[in-house]
Design a protein around this ligand. Structure first.
Ligand SMILES: Cc1ncc(COP(=O)(O)O)c(C=O)c1O
Length: 416
């Protein structure tokens, strides 16, 4: 069967309306997402525009993949320059972009070595493999017995091994059998963590802030406690900063809020500047050195286009401007949300330009609130129940942020 001919605009866009495009997806796209009914056709900075030219303020930023805004000019230029020279070599050969990317990322994070991958889930998978190998080769764990301790409410991606230690039944149901070797403890509970660690423990893998769970921020001292426990027990601390990292919380990394340096750091999302998928395991040399040629890899990991964009992302972060903006505007966000508590907002958690907002369920579900905000020209995403997540590009202005908060107030007052 051949696909029907598609009318396109002079710019190459599909000429169908939003409604037609949404309908066209139904029979041909797997239904693993339930997007809001908006079809984005172009974007710039903090704003996106749909097929009909309606503009929306993006308060989700691609789950933090767009920390530097849509089509950030510095990143777009880096991508264009690289597209015109070299896009892919595979790691069978060296390319002239990778050394600089790894040097700058290691320097930015204060760690030694970089294992480049593509998606966040791949970085997590890679860290699981590295931690297990380290446990057998360096720590001396009996072959096949290594364990990794994780936290309830975690979100680390969607592969079979990763959903094996998810506590979200909808992420697991129907996908077994699962990968063994993981122990789940409550998040933000150092005593439970200590009890779960034993001589088989290769690593503790946690998110410094649990994003998908609703921007759950642990108590002060938790991350430092995890660092201390893992150091004492002789196991690795793996921090998944795929969503919390790269400026979002007001510092380059969320672990910096407690001056903690993990053994392995997982980055993704914003590392690709919203242009290409780029992820990485960044870590101590003595840990990442357990990988030898042929034992792990990826055709696209470390490709020159990814490395050029990743280097440009690191360059933006080196200025400190984005971290500063997130910290300063984070206060505006927090104060604005605090003013809504008791007026439709039951509670919220925020750090930098990132907030999980629990809406009074009598007003609507998170989905209904998101839809109500969409009608006001604001794009957000619900997480669980009546919780919505706010994570605008770090390029947002105070005026735009206040206007989004005003729209939230309007939707909460009006109802959905
Ligand atoms: C903390 C964390 N880890 C890993 C992932 C998986 O990243 P990806 O969707 O790129 O595989 C996500 C995605 O939301 C995440 O938030």
């Amino acid at each position: 069967m051949t696909a029907p001919a598609r009318a396109t605009t002079s710019a190459g866009a599909d000429a169908r309306s939003s409604e037609e495009l949404i309908r066209a997806e139904e029979p041909v796209l797997a239904h693993n997402y339930h997007p809001l009914p908006v079809v984005v056709a172009r974007a710039e900075g903090t704003w996106v525009e749909d097929v009909e030219g309606r503009r929306y303020l993006d308060m989700l930023a691609g789950y933090s993949a767009l920390n530097f805004g849509h089509r950030n000019p510095v990143l777009i230029e880096a991508a264009h320059r690289q597209l015109d020279r070299l896009t892919l070599t595979s790691r069978a050969f060296h390319n002239d972009q990778l050394a600089g990317f790894a040097e700058s990322l290691a320097a930015l994070t204060g760690l030694d070595m970089v294992l480049p991958m593509n998606t966040g889930a791949e970085a997590v998978e890679s860290a699981v493999k590295v931690a297990r190998k380290w446990a057998y080769e360096v720590k001396g764990v009996e072959p096949g017995r290594a364990t990794i301790v994780v936290a309830a409410g975690n979100f680390h991606g969607r592969t079979t091994t990763i959903v094996s230690f998810s506590t979200d039944e909808s992420a697991r149901e129907g996908f077994g059998p699962f990968t063994p070797g993981f122990r789940v403890v409550p998040y933000n509970d150092l005593a439970a963590l200590e009890a779960a660690i034993d001589e088989t423990t290769a690593a503790v893998l946690i998110e410094p802030v649990q994003g998908e769970a609703g921007v759950i921020i642990p108590d002060d001292g938790y991350l430092a406690g995890v660092r201390e426990l893992t150091r004492r027990a002789g196991c690795l601390f793996v921090a998944d900063e795929i969503q919390s990292g790269l400026g979002r919380t007001g510092t380059t990394l969320a672990v910096e809020h407690e001056s903690v340096v993990p053994d392995l750091l997982l980055l993704g999302k914003a590392l690709g500047g919203g242009i290409v998928p780029v992820s990485a395991v960044v870590g101590r040399r003595d840990v990442l050195s357990v990988l030898r040629p042929g034992e792990h890899g990826s055709t696209f990991g470390g490709n020159p286009l990814a490395a050029a964009v990743g280097s440009a992302v690191v360059g933006l972060l080196e200025t400190g401007e984005y971290q500063r903006r997130a910290a300063e505007l984070g206060v505006v966000l927090r104060d604005g949300l605090a003013a809504l508590v008791g007026r439709g907002v039951e509670g919220f958690r925020s750090r930098g330009l990132w907030a999980g907002v629990d809406i009074d369920p009598s007003i609507g579900t998170g989905r209904e609130i998101s839809q109500g905000l969409m009608d006001e020209g604001i794009l957000v995403k619900d997480t669980h129940g009546s919780t919505i997540r706010l994570a605008p590009p770090l390029t947002i202005t105070a005026e735009e942020l206040l206007s989004a908060l005003g729209s939230l107030e309007k939707v909460l007052t009006r109802g959905v």
